[in-house]
Design a protein around this ligand. Structure first.
Ligand SMILES: [Zn+2]
Length: 176
C-alpha cells in the first residue's frame, strides 16, 4: 500500500526561501524554525506510522486548501532587491558559486542537473513573486550568475513551461 507522500507546505517553502535569501526579524525566524520542526516531526511520525500500520490508508496533507490562504505575511515585506539571488543546494542550503553548463555540484556532495536547478528556481521565483512574469531574462537574473548562459535558461523554460504572449509580452507559465 502506498501512502501519500508528505510535502513541505507552501508556507514552509516560502519562509525557508526568505530565511536563506534575506535577513528576517526574530519573530519570523522563530516562526520559520517552528515550521521546520513541525515538518521534521511529521516526517518522523510518518516513518513511525508506516512501520506499524501497513493496512490502513492514511491521508497526509489533509489540510484543506483554505488553510494555505490563512497565513498572513504581515511582518514579511519582500523587496526584491533585499532578496539574495542565486541557487542554493536543495540538500544543505549552501548557495552555489558557479555551475557547469550541465550540472551544479555542491561541496556536500549533492549534484543537481542544470535543468532541475532552473526548474526549482522558477518555482521559487513564482512563490516569492507571484505577480512577476517568468521570462528568460528574469530567471537568468534570478539565478544570480550560477547559470552561465541565457540559452540554457531559455532551453529549459521552453521545454518545461508553456510560452504565452508575443515578443515583449512573451513569458512562460506552468504546464497544467
Ligand atoms: Zn549541499
Amino acid at each position: 500500500m502506498l501512502l501519500k507522500s508528505r510535502n513541505e507546505s507552501e508556507q514552509l517553502l516560502l519562509y525557508r526561501s526568505l530565511f536563506l535569501r534575506m535577513s528576517l526579524c526574530e519573530k519570523d525566524v522563530t516562526h520559520y524554525q517552528h515550521l521546520e520542526k513541525g515538518y521534521a516531526g511529521e516526517l518522523l511520525f510518518d516513518q513511525y506510522v508506516n512501520s506499524l500500520m501497513n493496512e490502513f490508508l492514511l491521508l497526509n496533507d489533509v489540510l484543506l486548501d483554505f488553510g494555505n490562504n490563512l497565513f498572513q505575511m504581515d511582518s514579511l515585506a519582500i523587496f526584491q532587491d533585499s532578496v539574495r539571488k542565486g541557487i542554493y543546494c536543495s540538500h544543505c542550503y549552501t548557495f552555489f558559486n558557479e555551475g557547469t553548463d550541465t550540472k551544479l555540484i555542491c561541496s556536500c556532495g549533492t549534484i543537481e542537473s542544470i535543468d532541475d536547478s532552473i526548474i526549482r528556481s522558477v518555482r521559487e521565483f513564482l512563490l516569492l513573486f507571484p505577480d512577476r512574469l517568468v521570462t528568460t531574462n528574469a530567471i537568468y537574473d534570478w539565478c544570480g550568475g550560477v547559470v552561465r548562459s541565457k540559452k540554457t535558461v531559455r532551453r529549459v523554460l521552453s521545454a518545461q513551461f508553456v510560452l504565452k504572449g508575443h515578443s515583449r509580452n512573451a513569458h512562460f507559465v506552468l504546464k497544467s
